[in-house]
Design a protein around this ligand. Structure first.
Ligand code: DC
Length: 216
């Protein structure tokens, strides 16, 4: 069973997907954290994140995995470092790198072979699992998303800086050549701007648990 949850940064994907996974007893996979860990590895190697060939080679030799809630880079917990501003900046070119995407998608598909999963990202419903059992696309107004991101960031950044960074990432994630951020045609769009966290989770769970889906 695969539940795909896509959407831009700050749309509420991560917290919602995590809670949906807990409620269903499924495994939760944050694919953004995988791209972020790759970006941290690239920064640590002193490679220019825009250097496609060097980045692809570096990421090929990285071991990126999860241990419970933590994301590991070559066995080290980098869960805090991936949320820092440097990683926010480097992850855009690293995640636009076609070779990096191929590597990550392969890992994501392999993971779902052995688990019921709630997987969240940008291209889960469009590219990674076009046949997912359920697809959701979460959205929210840019200002709402910027306020949410400000609360989550480990560094204290101003609203305008966070908003501008989100806008820049939205633009690049949506216009990149390889697997751009877009809603799958058969995904259900949920605007989380006016919903509480519990309402978001309940909305998704109620769709999954609708009687007409009972056999799936
Ligand atoms: O969801 P997030 O903000 O943690 O994602 C970090 C970056 O990774 C984001 O700029 C887009 C990219 N990403 C992606 O390209 N594909 C995914 N499946 C998940 C994230």
């Amino acid at each position: 069973m695969i539940i795909a949850i896509d959407g831009p940064s700050g749309s509420g994907k991560s917290s919602t997907a995590k809670q949906v996974a807990i409620a269903l007893g499924y495994v939760y996979l944050d694919t953004g954290a995988m791209y972020r860990a790759a970006a941290v590895g690239v920064l640590r190697s002193g490679i220019d994140p825009e250097d496609e060939i060097a980045v692809a080679n570096a990421v090929r030799s990285m071991d990126i995995g999860f241990c419970g809630d933590k994301i590991l880079l070559n066995g080290e917990d980098v869960s805090v470092e991936i949320r820092r501003d440097a990683a926010n900046k480097a992850v855009t070119p690293v995640s636009a790198n076609p070779a990096v995407r191929d590597l990550m998608v392969e890992k994501q598909r392999a993971f779902a072979r052995n688990h019921n999963v709630v997987m969240e990202g940008r291209d889960i419903g469009t590219v990674v699992f076009p046949d997912a059992d359920f697809k959701f696309f979460l959205t929210a107004d840019l200002d709402v998303r910027a306020r949410r991101r400000m609360r989550e960031a480990p560094e204290k950044l101003g609203f305008e800086a966070v908003r501008a960074d989100l806008q820049r990432r939205d633009e690049r994630d949506s216009t990149r050549a390889h697997s751009p951020l877009r809603k799958a045609e058969d995904a259900r769009e949920i605007d989380t701007g006016h919903l509480t966290f519990d309402e978001q989770v309940d909305k998704i769970l109620s769709i999954i648990e609708e009687p007409k889906h009972g056999g799936k």
